[in-house]
Design a protein around this ligand. Structure first.
Ligand code: PMP
Ligand code: GLN
Length: 383
């Protein structure tokens, strides 16, 4: 019998490191500090709102661009935080998660052969998302160990073919954040070019140490060429909801919506009604940085009892640790042994580099209950 065979669009790609490590965590009954998701309850009021909207019968399709009331409240939030006036009708689209928003933005602009500047370590979806569109990732390493952008390298990487620069702040996996100086460098580089910016700001509110989130939305000259992507899952401790949104100027958003409308078309209705209510209260998101910083600090304190060496994290869910003082295994081997023999799952940061660069650094997710962090550290002390 003749059956069709697929010429893979992603021939070198297997299941993501998050899937691999979470499966290993289940298999070896390890504490999962790998994949980034909280193990504590999300806000019960938000759950109650979804529940009541379901009961009230708000269960049919909402507008393909997202519930108008939710887009209105998001536009007010952006104005309050970043002083940017958005048209909620034309500049905001609700999406099934941040990853989808990023994929859709890339698919909207990329033509085969276009170059996209990506900083490594990079969130794992970026490079495959660029490649599946026939475009070419141009990889620039962040400096080690502080994971900053070397703007001289960016200047020399820009060519006639550069279609986009991808940014992520607060950064996954490193927790580094963009500074005002970074923004100035970016402004100088893109001024007078046709380069788009994709700014992944899913950890917008999870920023520590009195740092301010340098959203692209603060800078009208940059916003004019940008897609800015967000995730409710990361902000409201409900990663399984898979709901997010993209903000872009009207001309750009019109094209984004052409791709979006024939992919998922529209997103979960009761959750959008619930979020439209919940977001009206600023306290529901303004305290999140402090909440998460406490977790980071608690984890940092506990980890001082181990031989792991912390690298600075100023945002996100994540804290990197160097383990040179413990082992000379590579990151994947070490992460596997940690899961199997010591019962703690982490993420090897080499998974965020195309060439699997190995700095002997693991990523730990601290968005966990204190008891979870304590139990994990009790196991790590034994190393
Ligand atoms: N970007 C980064 C950097 C992330 O860490 C995540 C979280 N997985 C996302 C995007 C996507 O979030 P979502 O789960 O909403 O797709
Ligand atoms: N963003 C999450 C992380 O970095 C995981 C999302 C996923 O599993 N794709 O851990």
């Amino acid at each position: 019998m003749v059956t069709p065979s697929i010429q893979s669009k992603l021939p070198h790609i297997g299941p993501t490191i998050f899937t691999v490590m979470s499966s290993l965590a289940i298999q070896y009954k390890a504490i999962n500090l790998g994949q980034g998701f909280p193990d504590y309850a999300m806000n019960p009021e938000l759950v109650g709102l979804v529940n009541s909207y379901m009961r009230l019968g708000f269960n049919q399709y909402v507008h393909m661009n997202g519930l108008p009331a939710l887009r209105e409240v998001l536009s007010q939030k952006v104005f309050d935080l970043y002083q940017l006036g958005l048209n909620a009708d034309t500049e905001i689209t609700v999406t099934p998660g941040g990853t989808y928003a990023i994929y859709t933005a890339l698919t909207t602009v990329l033509q085969p052969g276009d170059e996209v500047i990506i900083f490594e370590p990079a969130y794992d979806s970026y490079i495959p998302n660029v490649e599946i569109n026939g475009a070419i990732p141009v990889l620039i390493p962040l400096t080690y160990p502080d994971y900053k952008i070397d703007w001289e390298k960016v200047k020399s990487a820009v060519t006639e073919k550069t279609k986009m620069i991808m940014l992520n702040s607060p950064h996954n996996p490193t927790g580094s954040v963009l500074s005002k100086e970074d923004i100035r460098e970016l402004q100088n580089i893109v001024a007078g070019t046709k380069i788009f910016i994709l700014s992944d700001e899913v950890y917008e509110h999870l920023i520590f140490d009195n740092k301010e989130h340098e959203s692209i939305l603060r800078y009208p000259d940059l916003y004019a060429r940008s897609f800015v992507c967000f995730s409710f899952g990361k902000v409201f401790h409900c990663t399984g909801w898979k709901l997010g949104y993209c903000i872009a100027p009207e001309k750009i958003m019109t094209e984004f919506r052409k791709v979006h409308q024939f992919n998922c078309f529209t997103c979960n209705t009761p959750m959008q009604f619930a979020l439209a209510d919940f977001l009206k209260l600023k306290e529901n998101y303004l305290g999140l940085g402090q909440f998460m910083q406490q977790k980071r600090d608690y984890f940092l304190g506990l980890m001082q009892q181990t031989k792991f060496k912390a690298l600075p994290s100023h945002g996100s869910y994540f804290q990197l640790y160097n383990y040179e003082g413990i082992s000379d295994e590579n990151e994947k081997q070490f992460a596997l042994r940690l899961t199997k023999d010591f019962g703690v799952a982490t993420i090897p940061t080499s998974a965020f580099y195309k060439n699997e660069q190995d700095n002997k650094v693991l990523r730990f997710c601290f968005a966990k209950k204190e008891t979870t962090l304590e139990e994990a550290v009790n196991r790590l002390i034994k190393m």
